[in-house]
Design a protein around this ligand. Structure first.
Ligand SMILES: Nc1ncnc2c1ncn2[C@@H]1O[C@H](COP(=O)(O)OP(=O)(O)OP(=O)(O)O)[C@@H](O)[C@H]1O
Length: 487
């Protein structure tokens, strides 16, 4: 058990530039034992850069990192990302034991391996420790996978645990359970937890103090959350305060039904300019999305629309039909990592308009889109990896902006996006709908669906349709109940 309030990790005046861009200009950050610490900041503020320096991924230009009172020691920090890093084909016990083998302590006997994994897991979830040691990582739920990763981190003696947006794929029940585990963990072991999130409600539920980074500087340093209002936090992050959104019931011309979505359990007409929300964990919404973006030839859903096939045969076919697609899974389903920003932005225009020659005028076209979205980039010749997460997300939206689309699919477009950028994305979604585009939008944040949609199709965690909510039946509790997901 660590002494409460002992500084486990402290960063002083950290500086880092990439070329001419000064990304960290003097960051201070102190994590204390027994504390859950929210690390906040808008997209591009410098959070990930600081974390990469602390964990040895990149070098600092200047500043100090101290572990406890020792200078220059390697802090034992473990990171659990939203995308889990378990080896899918190995068992839970093998996944946990693996890190010990690489730490020079080779464990040969299966019995020892199981014991080590059991001890690590039992601290967090005794039931999982008893039942899951021999299950393959691929068979775990998101929540179980996270618990296994946390157990693995603790078993090698990490005293600072950093969780990067850990709740994005969890149901309401799982989020609650994770928070309970984390609270118990800091109480019983005294480790420090750093929680990176853009979800204000969860930050308040879980965290004790917060540090806010803005433009590479610490502007709020380990301050109790109780002493800050939501507005204080937004202001310190440099984000516009929440606006009241007047959501008027929009009327649709029933004669103009844009298309009909047909599934085994429901038939849903969608009108031009309508925003249809898909609520629930991935199982259900992903089937509808796969149909629309041309990747789901075996999807249980089909389309009925004038001049359209029952299923777009491929992503290219979907684009040709006028269907746009923005995914929040930037790494796997969107960003063309090897190509510069300019090619990323213009990708769908080139496919749709069959442009085979790269035109000189495209530079201007790209710059206009970059400006319209306030996308923070050094040069459009840079690779997308030089952009912060939120700015990579804007890049994927820029791809479709100003193209005349009949339908656009948004798949969790606000994942990892700060509150100001979320508002910008909501405005874009609204504007696209006003221009007559049908919007189909999946989000695991029910509150944002309730704010913007005209109708919401709710799925349970097994992917079954639980209901189609019209606007006048929108209600946070009802939707949380239907989907099992946190509101
Ligand atoms: N290798 C690099 N080359 C050039 N610029 C970079 C590089 N890595 C990061 N940056 C820039 O540093 C700034 C800070 O990015 P960082 O990823 O640390 O922000 P963040 O606070 O984690 O944002 P987000 O919430 O969007 O993930 C961004 O403007 C980004 O474009």
């Amino acid at each position: 058990m660590l002494d409460a309030d002992l500084p486990l990790l402290s960063v002083r005046n950290l500086q880092k530039s990439f070329g001419a861009t000064r990304v960290l200009r003097g960051v201070n950050f102190t994590v204390r034992a027994g504390q859950i610490h929210a690390l906040l900041g808008g997209n591009g503020a410098g959070k990930s850069t600081m974390i990469r320096i602390m964990t040895g991924g990149i070098r600092k230009d200047d500043g100090e990192i101290m572990l406890g009172s020792q200078r220059g020691a390697e802090p034992k920090i473990a990171i659990v990302h939203q995308e889990l890093a378990l080896v899918q084909d190995l068992s839970v016990a093998e996944n946990i034991a693996m890190v010990h083998a690489t730490a020079g302590l080779t464990i040969v006997r299966a019995g020892q391996r199981a014991e080590l994994a059991y001890n690590a897991l039992a601290l967090l979830d005794p039931h999982l420790a008893r039942s899951a040691l021999h299950r393959k990582a691929a068979d775990l739920s998101m929540h179980e996978g996270q618990i296994v990763e946390i157990a693995r981190a603790l078993s090698i003696g990490a005293d600072v645990l950093l969780l990067d947006e850990p709740t994005a794929n969890l149901t309401a029940g799982e989020t609650e359970r994770l928070f309970a585990v984390l609270r118990r963990l800091v109480r019983e072991t005294g480790i420090g937890i750093v929680f990176v999130s853009h979800r204000m409600k969860e930050i308040r539920q879980l965290c004790d103090v917060c540090t806010i980074i803005r433009d590479g500087l610490t502007v709020v340093d380990a301050t109790p959350l109780d002493s800050l209002t939501d507005n204080d936090i937004m202001q310190q992050m440099g984000q516009p305060g929440a606006r009241e959104v007047a959501h008027s019931r929009r009327r649709f011309d029933m004669a103009e039904a844009g298309l009909v979505l047909k599934g085994a359990e429901a038939v849903i007409p969608i009108h031009k300019g309508q925003i249809l929300g898909l609520a629930g964990s991935p199982a259900g919404p992903s089937q509808v999305i796969a149909l629309l973006n041309g990747t789901g030839r075996s999807s249980s859903w089909s389309l009925d629309a004038k001049g359209w096939p029952a299923r777009p045969a491929s992503p290219r076919d979907a684009v040709a039909l006028g269907i746009g697609y923005v995914s929040g899974d930037r790494r796997h389903k969107g960003v063309l990592a090897q190509l510069p920003i300019v090619d990323n932005v213009l990708a769908s225009r080139r496919v749709r308009e069959k442009r085979y020659m790269v035109r000189a005028s495209e530079r201007r076209e790209c710059l206009d889109l970059v400006h319209a979205l306030k996308l923070k980039a050094g040069s459009i010749r840079d690779l997308p990896s030089t952009l912060s997460g939120g700015n990579q997300q804007k890049l994927l939206i820029a791809r479709w902006l100003g193209m005349s689309l009949r339908l656009v699919v948004f798949e969790e477009p606000t994942r990892g996006v700060d509150i100001g950028t979320k508002r910008d994305i909501y405005d874009l979604i609204r504007r696209m709908a006003e221009e007559g585009t049908i919007v189909v939008w999946w989000s695991t944040e029910n509150v944002e669906l309730l704010e913007l949609c005209d109708e919401i199709l709710a799925f349970d965690t097994d992917g079954r349709v639980k209901g189609l909510l019209p606007h006048d039946r929108f209600n946070e509790d009802a939707l949380a109940d239907l989907t099992g997901m946190a509101a």
